[in-house]
Design a protein around this ligand. Structure first.
Ligand SMILES: *Cc1c(COP(=O)(O)O)cnc(C)c1O
Length: 423
């Protein structure tokens, strides 16, 4: 069991979260090494026998210890910035297992990627391919390019995270791809190696994947008929995990769909899972500061806020919240609003949430917080970002400390011409 109650306390593997709160303070993200490995192994096993490379999308959780755990299990990296290239390399991902995505790569970022010698650039526009061509040719290099296709499939996902529908900023419309390939095939400094796609995250069923993968297979055949060697097919990420009680496609069902729709093309397949690998391998631990009785509702006011875990404020996302002290079997649940201390009404984690009684000073955990949690944290309100801890069996290590308050403004300076003024 990676997370859950043991002897009346919420534990991460063999560690009572109370001990982590005492040692490290709150709010703190806690990750399970065993769960990270188990997730990767399951995803990879679902694709066994295929010529597949699984590249963890670092943007979901780029802590070096997390990336290292996945890299050791066999993951490559899907990166979206020069910073993530540096992180992937620092965590031990070899350059030839890194793919670089993103709609707005700057020439500095492309240079960093060419310096590192990454496996592939996923390009999202013709100007980007031209810029990469000029840059790589000038350095005497040839950059492997996959063109990101917008397959025009409605993933039926949260509108703020949909990515594969005509009219959004990602990729190039599928109808325009064959002519684009014809135009850019002769450019120096780039080699067109394939096509890629990434549908939005958290799809409830596989139907959008099926439609998209079939369109990609047709596209590969069409491009080959026009004389293009399409060696690689990058199918992106997007597989979800339940945050509440949703029933989501499994990696096994996803793997079966891949075999059915694209395996016979003979392409090297690339996958970019982010959320699936890390979401339920992490929780956020926080403390109740006050319980406030309003006229028509009760508030649990935490020491964690929207700056620590942004998903509820950003997407209205649900995270299950549990007390660290296991509630009694017959404890009556009551609706509470779970809020942070930041001066924004959106600093609300949940409204009318049914919770067993929780007193001021008690600890609570936000489950399924390993993806898009700490990476989206900020120091808004000059609040130090949460610490991060990795658990392995009975031991744990702080893998990123909470910054000190002075760290938050030590690089700021007051110009000399302001120094002398007396307001
Ligand atoms: C965000 C992203 C991913 C990972 O998405 P998940 O939903 O976390 O699996 C993969 N590829 C690209 C191009 C992305 O932008």
């Amino acid at each position: 069991m990676a997370f859950g109650y043991r002897a009346g306390r919420y534990c991460a593997e063999g560690v009572d979260l109370t001990a982590i709160a005492e040692a490290v303070g709150t709010p703190t993200y806690v990750y399970s090494r065993a769960r990270l490995e188990e997730r990767f192994t399951r995803f990879a096993a679902a694709l066994s026998g295929l010529d597949a490379m699984v590249c963890f999308a670092l943007k979901a959780n780029s802590n070096l210890a997390v990336v290292k755990t996945l890299a050791t299990a066999g993951a490559g990296g899907d990166v979206v910035s020069a910073g993530e290239i540096a992180r992937a390399r620092a965590a031990g991902i070899p350059a030839d297992r890194i793919v670089f995505a993103g709609v707005g790569k700057t020439s500095d970022e492309m240079t960093a990627a060419l310096d590192a010698g990454i496996y592939q650039f996923n390009c999202e526009s013709e100007p980007e391919i031209s810029a990469l061509s000029a840059l790589a040719a000038g350095r005497g290099q040839v950059a492997p390019v996959c063109v990101r296709v917008n397959p025009d499939v409605d993933a039926g996902t949260l509108s703020k995270i949909t990515t594969g529908k005509k009219g959004n900023k990602f990729g190039i419309d599928i109808d325009l791809i064959p002519a684009l390939f014809d135009r850019v095939r002769a450019l120096p400094g780039v080699r067109l190696v394939g096509v890629s796609l990434h549908l939005g995250s958290l799809l409830n069923d596989l139907a959008p994947y099926r439609a998209a993968f079939q369109r990609m297979a047709d596209l590969v055949r069409q491009l080959r008929a026009a004389g293009h060697a399409v060696e690689r097919l990058d199918l992106g990420g997007g597989l979800g995990v339940p945050y509440r009680d949703e029933v989501l496609p499994t990696p096994e069902a996803y793997g079966a769909l891949v075999r059915e729709t694209v395996a016979d093309l003979g392409c090297r397949l690339i996958f970019e899972p982010g959320r699936y690998l890390v979401a339920d391998a992490g929780v956020m631990l926080a403390r109740v500061v006050y319980v406030k009785e309003g006229s028509d509702r009760r508030f649990l006011i935490l020491d964690a806020a929207m700056n620590d875990l942004m998903r509820p404020a950003l997407y209205g996302a649900w995270h299950t919240v549990r007390p660290v002290l296991e509630p009694l079997q017959d404890a009556a649940e009551q609706p509470v609003d779970i809020v942070g201390p930041v001066c924004e009404s959106t600093d609300t984690f949940a409204q009318g949430r049914l919770m067993p009684p929780v007193a001021a000073g008690e600890l609570v955990v936000f489950e399924t917080a390993g993806a898009y949690g700490r990476v989206m944290a900020s120091s808004y309100n000059t609040r130090p970002e949460p610490a991060e801890v990795l658990v392995d069996g009975d031991r744990f290590a702080v893998v990123k400390p909470r910054p000190l308050i002075q760290d938050l403004f030590q690089n700021e300076s007051i110009p000399s011409w302001l120094e002398g003024s007396d307001g």
